[in-house]
Design a protein around this ligand. Structure first.
Ligand code: MG
Length: 158
């Protein structure tokens, strides 16, 4: 196969609700709300999965892990990430780097970014310098206004 560099972009957003644990990048964030979703609603991992599937043109997370499938209920999203990574490997694709931007008005995510970043390489067999996570607000505007939700953009090169 011709060696190509391919870029993938993934976006995901979930709303914050009471009575859920907030998990981002496999890290539990202490907050009075968590993300609504069928799985553990780890929006950071969902965005990375979609970026990887986009770069490889192998579908999308909703098709691979549908919310109509009971096996995916409350499922740890890191399992999705590992499955997506294996799928890329089976197509002889190697991940060059992953860059993730979290957009949240609240909670303040900056104190947890380093821990989230440290977890990425183990799931994707990257070296520490090839996975990055950063957090931003939307300046009180848009979907994350008032802490109503949380969005993530992910970009990958494979
Ligand atoms: Mg999602």
């Amino acid at each position: 196969m011709k060696k190509l560099i391919r870029v993938g972009h993934g976006f995901d957003a979930h709303r914050l609700v009471e009575g859920q644990v907030l998990v981002l990048g496999g890290v539990e964030i202490p907050h009075h709300q968590g993300l609504h979703g069928h799985s553990d609603a780890d929006v950071l991992i969902h965005a990375i999965c979609d970026a990887l599937l986009g770069a490889s043109a192998l579908g999308d997370i909703g098709t691979l892990f549908p919310d109509t499938d009971d096996r995916n209920r409350n499922r740890n999203s890191r399992e999705f990430l590992v499955e997506v990574y294996r799928l890329l490997q089976s197509h002889a694709m190697e991940i060059v780097n992953v860059d993730v931007t979290l957009v949240a008005q609240e909670p303040t995510l900056a104190p947890f970014v380093a821990t989230m970043r440290s977890k990425l390489p183990s799931d994707l067999e990257l070296d520490q310098s090839s996975g990055n996570v950063h957090a931003n607000t939307s300046d009180g505007r848009g979907f994350t206004c008032g802490g109503g939700g949380l969005g993530v953009n992910a970009v990958v090169i494979v």
